[in-house]
Design a protein around this ligand. Structure first.
Ligand code: FES
Ligand SMILES: [Fe+2]
Length: 338
């Protein structure tokens, strides 16, 4: 079991950001959200502001959203278009979409100043089936390698993004991830779930950096009965007529924002309301239980417990990876039920 302070303390949160979140592939949106040259998606990844932009050739490029002059932001967080160049919001330096400094606006002559040395700091950007990921570690392996276990999965249908929803949770991001990684809590926390899928047949399987969940859907279910979680903080939740990308965004030592991106069959719009109702209910139930766990972790009374070999092997896998990132002794031991 991991040290409890890894779920509570500011310094542990900083380590999560630098050693986990900024060294892994992180979802930023769908290709369709930036279709034209100059279109961008900007947000914080592991606390670092980044921007992904569609260049003149139609390729995606990514940079830290940090001007090389005095660290101004090139664009505001969110979606937008910067046209043919980034123009820093502070003093107006202009950067080409490939990151080169075009013009240090009205800078004056400064001996030895060579604009070629002041290009934007690059990050990695790769797409998989329309989903756009970034990695702040320039030495990271290819996205396709991380997602290899998904290669045989059914293609994601080309449905439009119909809705984005965010939920704020008063818990560490790992508290929520661990909750996501087991089906053990389903009968207690989501008693209605058994009306949608056969909970007794719920399976969790680990393959590489992906943890697959499955359960046979019942006839009237909104679910397709498969879920895939990707290290360290993303899930692809499939519905009968769409899918939802769920990013578990770490916003503070004891704060998490769930960012949901719903893609849905336009011909089935009449079923959207039922899907949202189920999704919102499940999230509210998980929020409650995760916040209660976090409150108990905070008190210091809990010093670690045991994980079920039958149900919580996904949690054990995740905790072992986190322990490794924090330089903790591992691996985590599963204690068999007597
Ligand atoms: S900080 Fe960007 S132009 Fe000054
Ligand atoms: Fe849950």
């Amino acid at each position: 079991m991991l040290r409890v302070d890894l779920y509570c303390r500011e310094d542990a949160f900083a380590t999560d950001r630098t050693r986990v979140l900024r060294r892994s592939w992180q979802f930023v949106g769908h290709e369709a959200m930036a279709p034209n040259p100059g279109d961008y998606l900007a947000e914080e990844i592991g606390g670092a502001p980044v921007v992904v932009v569609r260049d003149a050739e139609g390729r995606l490029a990514g940079f830290h959203n940090v001007c090389r002059h005095r660290a101004g932001a090139l664009v505001a967080d969110g979606q937008g278009s910067c046209g043919e160049a980034f123009v820093c919001r502070y003093h107006g330096w202009r950067y080409a979409l490939d990151g080169r400094l075009r013009s240090a606006t009205d800078f004056g002559s400064a001996p030895g100043f060579d604009p070629r040395q002041y290009g934007l700091y690059p990050i990695k950007v790769e797409s998989w089936r329309g989903l756009v990921f970034v990695n702040l570690d320039l030495d990271a392996g290819p996205l396709a390698e991380a997602l290899a276990p998904l290669a045989g999965a059914a293609p994601l249908p080309a449905f439009p993004l119909v809705e984005r929803r965010s939920h704020l949770l008063a818990c560490n991001w790992k508290t929520y991830v661990e909750n996501y990684l087991e089906g053990y809590h389903l009968p207690m926390v989501h008693p209605e779930f058994d009306e949608d899928v056969v909970v007794s047949d719920y399976r969790v399987e680990i393959e590489g950096q992906v943890i697959f969940h499955s359960a046979p859907p019942r006839d009237a279910s909104v679910y397709a009965g498969t879920w895939a979680w990707l290290w360290p903080n993303l899930a692809i939740n499939t519905y009968r007529h769409g899918y939802m990308i769920e990013r578990m965004t770490a916003t503070g030592p004891q704060e998490t924002r769930l960012d949901y991106f719903y893609f849905f069959d336009p011909a089935r719009r009449d079923e959207l309301a039922a899907m949202f109702a189920v999704s919102d209910r499940v999230t509210a139930q998980d929020k409650q239980v995760c916040e209660e766990v976090q409150r108990n972790l905070r008190t210091g009374i809990y010093r670690g417990g045991v994980l079920s070999p039958k149900h919580e092997h996904g949690v054990a896998w995740f905790q072992a990876r986190i322990a490794e990132a924090h330089g903790e002794p591992g691996p985590v031991k599963l204690v068999a039920a007597s």
